[in-house]
Design a protein around this ligand. Structure first.
Ligand SMILES: [Zn+2]
Length: 147
């Protein structure tokens, strides 16, 4: 279960629209709760490091960008709890490429951006044996949770 505020969802949608027709990507920073729920505290946009020709259907987060995000998260007492990216003109469903490059534990948000407008936003969680993605329940986070 992943908690996301309306504000955070809007930020992900806006990033997807801004980077259209390319894929956008970023980190979800927050807290792994004791009951297994993840609570998003901040959305951390990252620029897609893929070369021009592949950006439409691939995203890449370089290790240095990931480290920058992790350092920032730690400075705020947060963890990287997941990743988000957009699917320009495709449904918000993980691709086989996404499966190959994902890790269990994290949440994966995908937002579908059709002709420049963000649509469906879904969360996915990888099966522990890495065989497939399962839909993850998205719940509304608290807008004024303490940071
Ligand atoms: Zn994807």
């Amino acid at each position: 279960m992943l908690a996301l505020t309306d504000e955070q969802a809007a930020a992900i949608r806006a990033h997807g629209e801004a980077d259209y027709p390319y894929e956008c990507c970023g980190l979800l920073l927050g807290v792994f709760e004791d009951d297994g729920r993840k609570t998003t505290r901040e959305v951390f946009p990252i620029s897609n490091a893929r070369e021009e020709s592949a950006k439409r259907n691939r995203f890449l987060i370089t290790p240095s960008e990931l480290m920058r995000g992790e350092r920032y998260a730690r400075s705020k007492g947060l963890d990287v709890i997941g990743f988000y990216h957009s699917h320009p003109d495709h449904p918000a469903v993980p691709s086989s490429y996404d499966l190959e490059h994902a890790l269990p534990v994290y949440s994966y948000i995908i937002v579908s951006v059709i002709q420049g407008r963000a649509g469906e936003l879904l969360a996915w969680e990888m099966e522990a044996d890495r065989s497939r993605f399962n839909p993850e329940l998205l719940v509304k986070g608290e807008e004024n949770a303490c940071r």
